[in-house]
Design a protein. Structure first.
Lengths: 142, 142
DNA sequence: CTTGACCTTTGACCATAGTCTAATGTTTAT
DNA sequence: ATAAACATTAGACTATGGTCAAAGGTCAAG
């Protein structure tokens, strides 16, 4: 058995010790076993757990959302359909985020094409993008 | 000329009055003209300005990033190449976010396929996705 | 000319997600 | 055996992005 102290866990997972304890307080990770001297000891598996939290957070999930998913996993009363429902909602949210990001991406890409890197910024078409909202700029025709 | 009080501006832009004043304090919108009685009055254009902030924020840009872009626009010393550089960095960031979201999206999509909505959650493959980190689960082969 | 809807300011408060400090205890290495 | 490196707690502090309340001034309608 490969047990880790909080410092080693944190290092392996790429977070700080404070963050580990913070997640524990928030119920995102289980309260770990303790040594005789009250040190937290974690199984190796907690590393993956923490990395998952880290990645999911980067992708825009809140700690509460991540916690919900963990709870769903551990709840013996939760059914596959509960998980399915949750994931389907999330799939929609992610699709929408990807769409919006793609919109702003092509707006910015067009900008770099027409903004050739010479002359004053006042001639740069970024002004147009900034002045209208994104929805409008989508149907903005030349 | 179509001038707006703060309430009308906020309503048109879909934000609260407090948010407008907050953005003003943060330097995201210009300090507006005032009436004799010290009321803020805005030109119609501020609506688009606020809507842009709102949308950009939804897409994950921080208020400081948005402010930077506005500053760049207004700075007479800023050149097209500054704007171009900024937008190119942002383009990279957005592409990366889209990629990461696409990864988690397909993970979730696979889940809903294999998780058919019957039986206990313990049999649901979401456990696998949660146990490894996303990078690992990408190269996880059966 | 008053009532209600609007505006003003200052400053407190909230949630999210940590981050740091102080005071103290434990383990490890030389 | 002692110093360095690590652990513990409680609680204060940070940044971001607002949101609300108090106490008051202004404006438009009846």
């Amino acid at each position: 058995m490969n047990e880790l102290t909080i410092g080693k866990l944190a290092k392996k997972a790429g977070v700080t010790i404070d963050t580990v304890r913070f997640y524990e307080r928030r119920g995102l990770i289980n309260e770990p076993a303790r040594t005789q001297s009250n040190y937290r000891i974690y199984p190796e598996e907690e590393v993956a757990h923490l990395r998952f939290i880290k990645k999911a957070k980067e992708l825009g999930f809140s700690l509460n959302e991540i916690k919900q998913l963990f709870k769903l996993q551990d709840d013996p009363k939760a059914s596959k359909s509960d998980v399915k429902e949750w994931t389907e909602i999330k799939i929609w949210e992610i699709r929408r985020r990807i769409e919006d990001l793609s919109k702003i991406l092509s707006a910015l890409e067009q900008l770099t094409v027409s903004c050739d890197g010479h002359g004053p910024v006042s001639e740069c078409p970024i002004i147009g993008v900034l002045s209208g909202d994104l929805e409008e700029s989508k149907q903005h025709h030349p």
